[in-house]
Write a protein that binds this ligand. Structure first.
Ligand SMILES: NC(=O)c1ccc[n+]([C@@H]2O[C@H](COP(=O)([O-])OP(=O)(O)OC[C@H]3O[C@@H](n4cnc5c(N)ncnc54)[C@H](O)[C@@H]3O)[C@@H](O)[C@H]2O)c1
Length: 332
């Protein structure tokens, strides 16, 4: 199957392209390289440009009329940047995606898979969110994802289009074959900080908040191996029509997470196990604005798509560490 992957030169999009290729499919990448890496598009069918460039989309579809499905990963993704420059985020993520979906409809694409986010959920008392849990996107970035779900729902009601919004939780790790990984050298998430401490780039790891009502007092998140996430897209593309409940629906929302979540203490323990030694660490009170977190109920993905995560938190950590070692040889 030929699949258009917007943002296919980014962290997740490039991993999805590798998973598609490994499963015998052909990705066609559309990326502006604003944050993507040319190295990730090397040797793959790729088009450089903007998702809202109608002439470029004409060119892509004239060369690849057999594109059966589009996976829309392209977006700006940095929360603080979205707070300081919301215009750019609404323009890039909402305005341009609205145009992209219009172009896809015009070109006869009937199947869209959209990169949505677990960041649009509200806090829930037991930390486990199903797809029906209340929403409360709390940043301009998260609101762009929330809005695009609404846009897609309206498009599917009006046009000959079906769409799946996959709500990702927190992807970590790298392609297990190390073709791609995180572009940034110093990721800001917990695992990035642990790697920095292990590498001696930072003196110690701080567990901020140890009295939350979680199973061990530390915040809980849903770290999911990026390869599991990528595989979910392959399955969603292959079994697209199974993703709708009831079958007559044209828009579906599906969580992609582990179903159990990982606490900060658990990830530190797993990290030290993979590393083979302890790292310097200390406990501190939560910072202003910290939240106890959330994890995905992953039953819908299992029921409809037969997809569950297969890789452990240790696998994600090990692949992130291996990527940290080779990153500079791959990204020039
Ligand atoms: N990384 C996460 O933790 C996370 C969590 C939930 C959802 N998501 C979503 O997953 C998707 C991929 O995220 P990622 O982590 O791979 O980010 P990324 O920045 O690595 O990839 C995004 C890609 O989109 C491209 N792009 C951005 N705007 C474009 C435009 N107007 N035209 C063409 N290309 C454009 C960038 O160059 C980049 O290659 C995003 O939609 C993001 O919102 C990510």
């Amino acid at each position: 199957m030929k699949v258009l992957v917007t943002g296919g030169a980014g962290y997740i999009g490039a991993t999805i392209c590798s998973a598609l290729i490994d499963a015998g499919h052909t990705p066609v990448i559309l990326d502006s390289f604003v944050n993507g890496r040319r190295e990730y598009a090397d040797g793959r069918i790729s088009y450089e440009g903007d998702i809202a460039d109608a002439a470029l989309l004409d060119r892509i579809f004239s060369g690849h009329a057999d594109i059966a499905c589009a996976i829309h990963c392209a977006a700006l993704i940095t929360v603080p940047e979205s707070v300081s420059d919301p215009y750019r985020y609404y323009r890039e993520n909402v305005g341009k995606s609205t145009e992209l979906f219009h172009q896809l409809v015009e070109h006869g694409v009937k199947r869209v898979i959209f990169s949505s986010s677990g960041a649009i959920y509200d806090d829930v008392p037991d930390f486990e969110v199903t797809e029906d849990a209340p929403l409360n996107p709390r940043s301009p970035y998260a609101r762009t994802k929330f809005m695009m779900e609404q846009v897609l729902r309206d498009y599917t009601a009006a046009y000959d289009l079906k769409a799946i919004a996959l709500r990702y939780f927190n992807p970590i790790g790298a392609d297990p074959k190390l073709r791609t990984g995180l572009q940034q050298k110093l990721p800001t998430h917990v695992l990035g900080k642990l790697i920095s401490v292990a590498a001696g780039r930072e003196p110690e790891f701080t567990l901020t908040g140890v009295d939350w009502p979680t199973r061990d007092g530390t915040a809980i998140k849903d770290y999911i191996h990026v390869w599991d996430l990528a595989r979910a897209h392959v399955v969603a593309a292959e079994r697209f029509d199974d993703a709708f409940e009831p079958k007559s629906e044209k828009f579906s929302v599906i969580n992609l997470g582990t179903g159990t979540g990982v606490t900060v203490r658990e990830i530190v323990t797993a990290f030290e196990k993979v590393l083979g030694r302890e790292i310097p660490k200390r406990e501190a009170p939560p910072r202003d604005g910290d939240v106890p977190g959330a994890y995905a109920n992953a039953e819908k993905a299992a029921r409809l798509l037969g997809w569950r995560t297969e890789r452990s938190i240790e696998d994600g950590i090990a692949d992130a560490l291996r990527w940290d070692e080779v990153r500079d040889t791959i990204l020039k």
